[in-house]
Design a protein around this ligand. Structure first.
Ligand code: URA
Length: 266
C-alpha cells in the first residue's frame, strides 16, 4: 500500500524533519517514491534486523496468558477476565499504590477499541491527570502529528495507553513497584484490544512490555513480542521534543511498524 500524502501531511512530516520526495513531474525522468515511509525504508535507521523472519513478525492474535506470579493483592481481583468497562472501572477505583493519593483522575486510555495499533507511553503528566486522557500536552501533539502522517489518529485505528494510569508526583520516573502494580491493567488492555502492532515509546513502556532495561537505541529496528503481538520500540515523544534529530529515527520506527502490519508472503 502506498501512502498518498496531502499538503497537511507533508507539512507535518516537514515539521518532524522528515524529507519527503516529491512525485515526478509528468513525463519526468525518475519515479521518486511517493510513500512517506520510502525514505525510511531506503536509507533509514530502522531497517529490519538481519535474520528476523517476516512470518515470525506477523501479528499472531493475542491469546490469554496466565497472570504472572507475585501480583499484588490490593488491586481488584480478576483483572484478567474483565471487560473493557469493568477494567476502566477497576482502574478508576484502584488504590494499589501510593500514586492514588495524589491523582485528580486516572488515565485509562483513549481511542478505538477495535484498533490495529496500540501505542504505549509512560505515565500521565499534569495535563493528562487533569483531563483523564493520555498525551494531551506537547508530546501528545507530536504524537498526533506522527500518527496523522501515517493516516492514523487517536480515534482512527489507534488506541493509546500508558504504563501507569496515575500521575507520578512532579512527573518523576515511575518506580519499579508502580510499574509492576499497573502491569496487569496494561496486559488486559492488550488482551481486549488484540492489536496487530504495539509501539512501545520510551524506556518504561519497554520495561513493562518486554522486561528489558536495554537502551532504546539497542532495541529499535526489529520486532519484539508481547503476548504474541509484534512490538516496535521507539523513542518517547517528550524525548524527541528535546532531541530533534532523533525524530527521523522515530519516523523510521513508525514505518517499520507499518511494514510489519502488511500481509506477509508465506
Ligand atoms: N507522556 C506519557 O508517556 N504519557 C502521557 O499520557 C503524557 C506524556
Amino acid at each position: 500500500m502506498s501512502l498518498q500524502l496531502d499538503r497537511r501531511q507533508r507539512a507535518m512530516l516537514a515539521e518532524m524533519g522528515i524529507q519527503v520526495f516529491e512525485p515526478p513531474a509528468a513525463g519526468g525522468p525518475s519515479a521518486a517514491p511517493q510513500d512517506a515511509c520510502e525514505p525510511a525504508r531506503a536509507g533509514g535507521t530502522a531497517a529490519m534486523a538481519p535474520g528476523a523472519t517476516k512470518t515470525e513478525l506477523v501479528a499472531a492474535r493475542v491469546l490469554a496468558e496466565p497472570a504472572r506470579a507475585g501480583e499484588a493483592a490490593s488491586r481488584p481481583g480478576g483483572v484478567e477476565r474483565m471487560s473493557w468497562d469493568e477494567l476502566a472501572q477497576a482502574v478508576a477505583g484502584c488504590r494499589a499504590c501510593k500514586l492514588c493519593s495524589g491523582r485528580r483522575n486516572t488515565v485509562f486510555g483513549v481511542g478505538d477499541r477495535q484498533a490495529d495499533w496500540l501505542i504505549v507511553g509512560e505515565a500521565p503528566g499534569e495535563k493528562e491527570d487533569l483531563k483523564g486522557e493520555p498525551f494531551v500536552g506537547p508530546a501528545g501533539q507530536l504524537l498526533d502529528n506522527m500518527l496523522k502522517s501515517l493516516g492514523l489518529g487517536r480515534h482512527q485505528n489507534v488506541y493509546i495507553a500508558n504504563v501507569l494510569k496515575c500521575r507520578p508526583p512532579g512527573n518523576r520516573n515511575p518506580l519499579p513497584e508502580e510499574v509492576a502494580q499497573c502491569e496487569p491493567f496494561l496486559r488486559r488492555q492488550v488482551q481486549l484490544l488484540q492489536p496487530r502492532i504495539i509501539l512501545a515509546m520510551g524506556r518504561f513502556a519497554v520495561q513493562s512490555l518486554l522486561g528489558s532495561t536495554e537502551a532504546i537505541g539497542k532495541l529499535r529496528g526489529r520486532a519484539h513480542q508481547y503476548l504474541g503481538v509484534p512490538v516496535v520500540v521507539t523513542y518517547h515523544p517528550a524525548y524527541l521534543l528535546r532531541n530533534l534529530p532523533d525524530k527521523a529515527k522515530a519516523w523510521a520506527d513508525l514505518c517499520l511498524a507499518r511494514e510489519l502490519m502488511r500481509p506477509q508472503p508465506d
